[in-house]
Design a protein around this ligand. Sequence first.
Ligand code: AMP
Ligand code: MN
Ligand code: MN
Ligand code: MN
Length: 301
Amino acid sequence: MACSNIQRPNYEKGLFLSIGMAYSYWNMIDLHCHSCFSDGLLRPDELIQRAILQGVKIFSLTDHDTLEGLSEFSQAKYEGQIQLIDGIEWSTLWKKKTIHVIALGIDRHEEEIKKLIDKQNQIRRLRAEDMGRRFEALGLFNAYQKACVLAGHENIGRPHFAQVLVQEGFVVDMAAAFKRYLGDGAQAFVKTDWLDLKTIIDVTKRSGGQAVIAHPSKYKWSATQLKAFIKVFKEWGGVGIEVVSGDTPLKVIEILASLSVQYDLLASSGSDFHGDGLSRVGIGKQARLPLKCKPIWQVWA
Ligand code: AMP
Ligand code: MN
Ligand code: MN
Ligand code: MN
């Protein structure tokens, strides 16, 4: 057993367990995670308890376009065990493309942010109803209502529909559901006019938070396109980039780390955990942030 990373001993320690040729590793940071208040399976309290067991010291809940789960996110209850950072994963639109932005360290009580969330929830609900009608035409009845029952709320996302499709025997798994019905341009896909990127960065800044580009490798951009996006994102006030997100391959992590240095962006790291069976990477089990990065958690240290 050995602690690595002597440069940042309080914020990121690696613990290696050698078991023959295999070893496992875990992080002390996880700044991207979903609860059952969006498309995750666990309650925020359960996520926090798992994070603590995992040895995570700084943890953020980043549900899609909602702050509802933060009502269970009580720093006072976990004082001395874990530092909780209020967060949200915004769906935004830039040049007609959906881009996710992680907002960290926001003030959950800010009126402006609440108003935008109401708007965004309305957009999400109309989209889900529209998707429900498309499923109706495809022979799957009451898909929207079934998704609401499954979710336990009306903040319905595509993964809820994917689970309904699996339950009803339309597809064998979620990957197939996205490929056939829910992915870009698939049969039940609905183009969505999310709030625009600039509005989201502005409100994030005004509520005291840091705007971070979520999973930059998931947008199917060339290096040139990603760099062009980063320039706009920075110009509008974005400060961070997710260098490590879920199961990002090590080669991609290296590229993103270099970009974070080149463009002077703070580096973030998260598992994007949604629940057992939904995610390949557990809480705090994403790869380590390369040493050359400037970790975003320095902001709250
Ligand atoms: P939505 O916010 O409703 O557009 O749903 C986006 C969510 O769908 C993401 O946050 C992931 O949780 C999930 N997702 C996106 N693509 C896939 C995929 N190919 N397979 C499984 N889940 C996916
Ligand atoms: Mn999700
Ligand atoms: Mn996302
Ligand atoms: Mn996410």
